[in-house]
Design a protein around this ligand. Sequence first.
Ligand code: HEM
Length: 175
Amino acid sequence: MHQRYTKTAVSLHWLMAILIVAAFGLGLTMTDIPGITPTKLRYFSWHKWLGVTLLGLACLRLLWRLAHPAPAYPASMSAGQKTIASATHLLMYLLMFAVPVSGYFYTLAAGVPVVYLGLLPLPVLIEPNETLKPLLKGVHYWLNMLFLGAFILHVLGALKHLLWQRDGLFQRILP
Ligand code: HEM
């Protein structure tokens, strides 16, 4: 078993971490702007492009992870700690797909086709739907809040390893 994550896994981890924080922050910022302004529309487009990029990266990352298993946990970790860490990682993998997919379907239900980078029209998989629209908006919001919760747990766990347990686990994902 390898002691470190592969270079590709490390790159995907940090690239996605930065883009997810950006998409999250932009999502909250843009929905806070009252009315319809050119800035708001521009932020909505950027948010969707970021989200679609993240969905593509999530596919790559899942494939890579399936082919390159993560290094084993240090023997000093209790079974409970390992279970919490693995469950958090699994939840974050699920949300890396569910969050952008919910945003995509919400946008389609609202009757807005997604044109990636303003160049590539993406498939219109559902018709505009007034019933689904508020439902999917809520799903996108609450999946994001779940993501935030998992993210906080993930960061606290990482800091615990770095500052308290000092077992070298944090260093395995550093570039
Ligand atoms: C990992 C990727 C994504 C993250 C982290 C994310 C995050 C967020 C957040 C935090 C909000 C604010 C929710 C609120 O306050 O109501 C939001 C709103 C929104 N997102 Fe995403 N999003 C992602 C992907 C996408 C994608 C792929 C699309 C569409 C292609 C999308 C479309 C939207 C739209 C249209 C809104 C506005 C909802 C409203 O009208 O209130 N998102 N997103």
